[in-house]
Write a protein that binds this ligand. Structure first.
Ligand code: GLV
Ligand code: MN
Ligand code: MN
Length: 408
């Protein structure tokens, strides 16, 4: 038996109803009512295919399919179900719903694997609330449980309290750190770019994931009257933010592809028409396939921010948020994926990922691979996101075969 596009569609659309916005997308940030409802839905699905489910101390959900040899480290697969604001229903969710469908396929085919197989829902991949990649960071032992539980969102809410609001006590839950206890990790995900669609292919086998630097810059100026304050006397935090937006664009374009640089968030205070900006906060997100180019560009942006502060007579502060070097997938696992793609008749290519993934964290403790399915018009982080159901099913078939091969 192969995977069912209809079942995948049903599960993804049901999940996609949870947190649906009036604008036609979905907003599901961790530890909101919508997130807790989505967790219940996915936990129920996992149990319905026979997985034994547990949440760890930082809110990762793990569903385990026993193997013949329960002492061996499991093969893992999965992704995330949190979203950016007004997102599509595919980013992350394809890798979770797809992994559960893969378990149905294994069950229907009477597969008993030697190693256990675990399906994981990583907590807070997107990081709209709290730190991005929190769940996979903790699973890869790259962040302590306490640092995550004691982190706060922008409104000052404590991670630990927000988590327990869902009705679970953290104390009795297992530790997330799994060093030495994961045989391999494979993530199925939408491409979030145009390559597979352009080439008319079913599958992308990821070779590497771009490195990333994210930081938040805040400028402090002096509020003043828009009519009374001469231009020469201003300390304008909004002007500093605007110059930063332009600098990120200009510096990134000078480096050229595949470098990308984004300011996705600018917040200003007091934010009214006739007051000179007193404070501003600008997010910076820069990515590149080449680690040394990324480091030098990130350094250049930071030096430019310092110069902008001087030129606008503002004070500035930079707080680093995410710093991951380019991450290569395991050649051995990519070869296994390739063999499995051939076996299921999927037309494939090898490509790199510009978006980051939980896989980057898992690669710190185990061998990893990623399977991409096409994104229509390359759209993602947008409600326009779409992947043909049969293409997801193809990806699930490749995933199922890969899990069977790796868990022998
Ligand atoms: C995660 O979705 C990213 O920003 O790459
Ligand atoms: Mn995303
Ligand atoms: Mn994702």
């Amino acid at each position: 038996m192969r995977s069912s596009a209809d079942r995948i569609k049903g599960d993804l659309e049901t999940l996609g109803e949870i947190g649906k916005t009036e604008a036609g997308g979905v907003s599901r940030f961790i530890f909101t009512d919508e997130d807790f409802e989505a967790r219940r839905f996915i936990t129920g699905l996992m149990q319905s295919v026979g997985l034994r489910t547990v949440s760890d101390k930082v809110g990762n959900i793990i569903g385990r399919r026993p193997g013949r040899n329960e002492d061996l480290p499991p093969v893992m697969t999965g992704s995330h179900i949190d979203t950016v604001p007004n997102a599509g229903i595919f980013d992350g969710c394809v890798g979770v719903v797809g992994a559960i469908e893969a378990m149905r396929v294994l069950n229907a085919n009477g597969v008993t694997s030697n190693r256990p197989i675990e399906v994981v829902v990583f907590n807070n991949e997107e990081g709209v609330r709290f730190e991005p990649l929190a769940g996979s960071k903790a699973m890869a032992c790259q962040a302590s449980v306490d640092s995550i539980l004691n982190s706060r969102d922008r409104d000052g809410a404590l991670f630990r309290e927000a988590f327990e609001r869902g009705g679970q006590r953290i104390d009795g839950l297992p530790s997330p750190c799994r060093r030495g206890r994961v045989r391999a990790f494979v993530e199925l995900h939408i491409e979030q770019g145009p390559i597979l669609e352009k080439k008319g292919l079913d599958i992308g086998i990821v070779g590497a994931i771009f490195g990333i630097r994210q930081f938040l810059t805040s400028f402090r100026g002096v509020a003043g009257h828009a009519g009374g304050t001469p231009m020469s006397m201003r300390k304008d935090a909004v002007l500093a933010a605007a110059k930063t937006v332009v600098a990120v664009d200009e510096i990134t374009k000078r480096y050229g592809p595949p470098a990308v640089g984004t300011v996705g968030s600018v917040r200003v205070y007091p934010g009214v028409v006739n007051v000179i900006g007193e404070q501003s906060e600008v997010s910076v997100d820069v990515r590149d396939s080449d680690g040394s180019r990324l480091r030098s560009r990130s350094g250049e942006v930071k030096r430019r921010i310092k110069a902008i502060a001087r030129a606008t007579s503002t004070e500035f502060e930079i707080v680093d948020r995410l710093e991951i070097d380019p991450t290569a997938m395991s050649r051995r696992i990519s070869r296994v994926i390739e063999v499995c793609a051939k076996r299921v008749g999927a037309r494939y290519t090898h490509l790199d990922s510009g978006p980051y993934h939980d896989t980057m964290m898992m690669a710190k403790i185990t061998k990893c691979g990623m399977i991409f399915v096409p994104s229509r018009d390359g759209a993602s982080h947008s409600r326009k996101e779409f992947t043909e159901w049969r293409q997801i099913a193809k990806g699930v078939d490749v995933l199922s075969e890969t899990l069977v091969a790796l868990s022998k």
